[in-house]
Design a protein around this ligand. Structure first.
Ligand code: ADP
Ligand code: MG
Length: 554
């Protein structure tokens, strides 16, 4: 096998600043797969016969001649099987930094678009490759990846950006990274679904035409490019070079087949399509004929785009799609012969690295790191800014402490009420002689209306003491007391809310030896009452009535 002949023109495009991993670089040939599609029902109806068929997994033949390839897929083979057998290794190589190109080449209506794009029920190599790329990322926890895509068409020898309708007549430029399309829009990929939506949007801008029998036929070549960058996982990869590669997935326009179908494509378009494909054929021939001749990459946009793939480091898979119908037999033969030649092109698979400044993943990572540092710095500043805030909060807390001083009179008042309750209870004990059910319920009343209850109690005590002192124990009064009716002067007191204050029936018969104790307790209660009034007044001055009310109730 002869190696590609590097002309000065080609060496220009050589990936100079790409650093191929010399140890890993292995020379190998372009791999070629032939995929034969089934005859369509129309073709069968038309009386077409199968002219070319698969003979095993690697041979295509007709009754007279046979050709061997890396793979031959019979009409029953699904696109997934084609992907697994032939395309997967190109995609996985690209994920490891080895350039990859997959080209579907064949006559119009032979199955190129079916193979590359497919449809929902039978996804093509492009969606399968994108899905696989994401699976590989998932299964490679020791590396970080950045994927981006571009999508362009070559229509009438003009490059149009399918991801950006404004991007027309784009120019191709030589770059150390291979062949670069100036100003092409690249979208960073987030998911396989994202890629599919981009393709769908791109297809809207594509030039397609209907060939004969309403079969959709592309009038333009499309190049879907997945650019892959990866670096080892971890923060400390400052010195690590970035692994870089591109995966080109190319669906060529039909090369024309039956005269009827070719006539569907306008003459101008047809001639441009032919020019591209003829030049591709020429380039492939010259790359493999062993002569040190000029290789006409620049004669067509397609070959110019494919130049670095066909000469540089990488893996190339040519899928030659075949319509086995007898009416196309001769054109199919030519396609198969070209695929045979292409099989002899030698390329070199090696992992490529790029420098930091060229890498988008490094750029993003550095930006992310810078932003993180900036964020940390800001947080630090905020920490610093916290100190005056904390001081202010402390100051405000002090103010709140000032306000707790207000609670001084309240707690004092509550204490007084508590004391009064205790006193009242002991007073009740002194006054009562067991009959618990008929006890004076002054303590209950105290909780709700302390001052009124106190006044009521005061009056009650006075009257009791008076009665006891005078020794009066007449029937009427006793009857009145037995009926548990409050004396008239008490009921006329502020307890107008009809709260019943009862006194024990035995009071009138109570022992007189308690008199002094009762009087003492009454005096203490009076003092407390006075103190409480004073505290209430002071509290009212400080915080107003409403606050006082609520606090006292609490
Ligand atoms: P091309 O892109 O080469 O012009 P298409 O991919 O559009 O051709 O295929 C033409 C027709 O043949 C389409 O209707 C497509 O669904 C059908 N076809 C192509 N390849 C296959 C296949 N392997 N199995 C079944 N149908 C196929
Ligand atoms: Mg097509």
């Amino acid at each position: 096998m002869s190696s590609p002949h590097l002309t000065p023109e080609m060496s220009l495009d050589g990936p100079a600043s790409l650093r191929p991993d010399e140890d890993q670089a292995t020379k190998h040939n372009i791999t070629v797969a032939v995929r034969i599609r089934p005859l369509s029902s129309r073709e069968i109806l038309r009386g077409e016969e199968v002219a070319w068929y698969a003979d095993g997994d690697t041979v295509v033949r007709n009754p007279n001649v046979s050709y061997a390839y890396d793979w031959v897929f019979a009409p029953t083979t699904t696109t997934c099987e084609v992907y697994d057998a032939a395309a997967r290794q190109v995609v996985s190589g690209a994920m490891e930094g080895i350039y990859g190109t997959i080209i579907a080449y064949g006559l119009t209506s032979s199955g190129k678009t079916h193979t590359m794009h497919g449809y929902k029920k039978s996804p093509g190599i492009i969606p399968l490759a994108v899905k696989d790329a994401f699976s590989i990322i998932q299964e490679t926890p020791n590396r970080k990846f950045l994927l981006r895509v571009s999508y362009l068409e070559i229509y009438n020898e003009v490059l149009n950006d399918l991801l950006n309708p404004a991007g027309k007549k784009l120019r191709i430029r030589n770059d150390p990274h291979g062949t670069i399309v100036d100003g092409i829009k690249e979208e960073v990929l987030l998911s396989p679904a994202h890629a599919l939506s981009l393709i769908t949007a791109g297809e809207e801008h594509r030039h397609v035409g209907s060939a004969n029998f309403n079969i959709p036929s592309s009038r333009s070549h499309t190049v879907f490019t997945l650019t892959i960058e990866s670096i080892p996982y971890g923060e400390s990869n400052e010195g690590d070079a970035v692994t870089f590669s591109q995966l080109h997935l190319i669906d060529l326009a039909g090369s024309g087949s039956s005269r009827a179908e070719t006539m569907e494509i306008h003459q101008k378009e047809g001639s441009y399509i032919s020019k591209s494909l003829l030049t591709l054929g020429m380039v492939i021939s010259k790359l493999t004929d062993g002569k040190d001749a000029h290789i006409p990459f620049r004669d067509s946009k397609l070959t110019r785009l494919l130049q670095s793939s066909l000469t540089g480091q990488g893996r190339v898979l040519l899928i030659c799609t075949v319509n086995p119908a007898s009416s196309n037999a001769e054109e199919t033969h030519n396609t198969l012969k070209l695929a045979q030649r292409a099989k002899r092109i030698e390329v070199q698979a090696s992992r490529n690295k790029i420098s930091d400044e060229k890498s988008l993943i490094k750029k993003y990572q550095n930006e992310s790191r810078r932003l993180k540092e900036e964020l940390e710095l800001r947080l630090e500043h905020e920490e610093e800014a916290k100190s005056p805030l904390l001081a202010r909060i402390q100051h405000l807390t002090k103010l709140i402490l000032v306000s707790t001083k207000v609670s001084g009179p309240i707690s004092c008042l509550l204490r007084l009420i508590r004391d009064m309750k205790e006193l009242t209870t002991s007073l009740e004990k002194e006054l009562s002689h067991s009959s618990s059910d008929s006890q004076v319920k002054i303590s209950e009343c105290m909780e709700e209306h302390p001052s009124q209850a106190l006044q009521a109690k005061d009056s009650l005590l006075n009257s009791i003491v008076m009665q006891k002192n005078s020794g009066v124990n007449n029937e009427a009064q006793q009857h009145s007391h037995q009926g548990k009716t409050v004396p008239s002067e008490i009921s006329a007191e502020p307890l107008q809310n009809k709260q019943q204050v009862t006194v024990p029936s035995e009071i009138s018969a109570g022992p007189l030896q308690n008199k002094q104790q009762v009087s003492c307790l009454t005096n203490r209660l009076r003092r407390l009452m006075r103190d409480m009034k004073q505290q209430t007044t002071s509290l009212e001055k400080q915080i107003g009535h409403s606050f006082l009310d609520s606090q006292v109730k609490v």
